[in-house]
Design a protein around this ligand. Structure first.
Ligand code: SF4
Length: 366
């Protein structure tokens, strides 16, 4: 007897490819029960991400088919969420697709931000007292339709599982993290881009997909602003799987690796990322009004060589106050990212605290 799509996804072990790794079968079953509408997220909102717009440009018909398989589009057309004014938006409109144009801000592509935007509200994360697939409320109290938000790669995988079967899907990856998956590799590599891969290979083999990796790079960032750092000398000991990466404090997450440039100071790079992050939040919760800017300020002072002696202590205190206090997980991600940076670059941060930088002078242009 043929499997239902929910059974097929469950057997295949598909998890969301946006970073949360939640079982797709569970999410879809809840959405079907609630009669949810479907938003396909191709904003690639994390720093360095490019895979979901890549999926739409290459596999739009497969994604359309995957959307139909969810049975959420029988009465309401699927909505494609992409950043406004981008080439992928123009491409989708030219294909006659229903597009949700999303402002180009970091938190605008968070799932509940997309639902708020779809309901005519600003693209800001909603306080999620109920699951989005059961309907939520915008910040001004307006009730929203039950909505399932999945990223484009996840919907592509649904179509592939229906076409090739769960056994084919499980022939890739590991038993715990099955299936093919896409990764975006950027930074100090020969050929930055989006690559098809799977969980399990050596991390060095994953990096080799993008060609030559500069050996004197100090570290790589995995997962973007919500991710963490791995020193380059640990890379040969790791596999591209969540259990192995966890030994270095990292995870597969949304499938992004950025190899830091050799010869450029990581403290300045991170300060730049945090300063950008501080300007990207919706600024509607305490951690984003005070905590994230304080963390960014501390790193910037370290980068500039103007930090006081207590800066690392203050940073640790601010980082500890970020998690679990916002309406969304943005401050949690920034806390984990910064804690990882402090841990991995502790020796170099200490140099900066003392006004030195063996890679470049603190305060000099990066
Ligand atoms: S935690 Fe920050 S990003 Fe998230 S909703 Fe609150 S202000 Fe916005």
């Amino acid at each position: 007897m043929a499997l239902s799509i929910i059974e097929a996804l469950d057997t295949a072990g598909l998890t969301g490819r946006g970073g949360s790794a939640f079982p797709t079968a569970v999410k879809l079953a809840a959405a079907q029960r609630a009669g949810a509408e479907l938003i396909i997220n191709a904003c690639d909102g994390e720093i360095g991400a490019a895979k979901d717009s890549y999926v739409l440009r290459r596999y739009l018909s497969h994604v359309d088919h995957g959307a139909q398989l969810t049975q959420l589009t029988r009465f309401i057309p699927v909505i494609y969420a992409v950043h406004a004014g981008t080439d992928v938006e123009k491409f989708l409109l030219a294909q006659g697709k229903k597009v949700l144009p999303v402002p180009d801000r970091y938190v605008s592509s968070e799932a509940s931000s997309l639902v708020a935007l779809q309901h005519g509200r600003p693209a800001r994360p909603m306080a999620k007292r109920t699951r989005l697939v059961e309907g939520g409320r915008t910040s001004d109290g307006k009730k929203t339709r039950p909505t399932l938000v999945m990223n484009a790669e996840t919907v592509l995988r649904i179509a592939q599982i229906e076409q090739h079967g769960p056994t084919w899907f499980r022939s890739f990856g590991t038993p715990a993290e099955p299936g093919p998956r896409l990764i975006t590799i950027t930074g100090a590599v020969f050929s930055p881009g989006v690559y098809e891969t799977q969980a399990g290979p050596a991390l060095t083999d994953i990096l080799a997909l993008a060609g030559y990796v500069h050996r004197s790079s100090p570290a790589l960032n995995i997962g973007g602003l919500g991710g963490s750092f791995i020193p380059m000398d640990q890379v040969p000991d790791l596999a591209y799987s969540s259990p192995s990466l966890a030994t270095a404090g990292a995870a597969i997450g949304p499938g992004i690796i950025n190899v830091l440039a050799p010869g450029s100071c990581p403290v300045r790079t991170i300060a730049g990322m945090l300063t950008w992050a501080a300007g990207e939040s919706a600024g509607q919760c305490g951690p984003c009004m005070f905590g994230v800017p304080a963390v960014a300020r501390g790193f910037q002072q370290l980068a500039d060589g103007t930090a006081g002696p207590g800066v690392l202590h203050d940073l640790a205190r601010h980082i500890s106050l970020l998690p679990g206090r916002g309406a969304c997980h943005f401050p949690d991600g920034v806390a984990a990212f910064t804690a990882s940076a402090v841990n991995v670059f502790s020796a170099h941060l200490e140099e900066h605290r003392n006004g030195h930088c063996t890679i470049g002078q603190p305060g000099a242009a990066a």
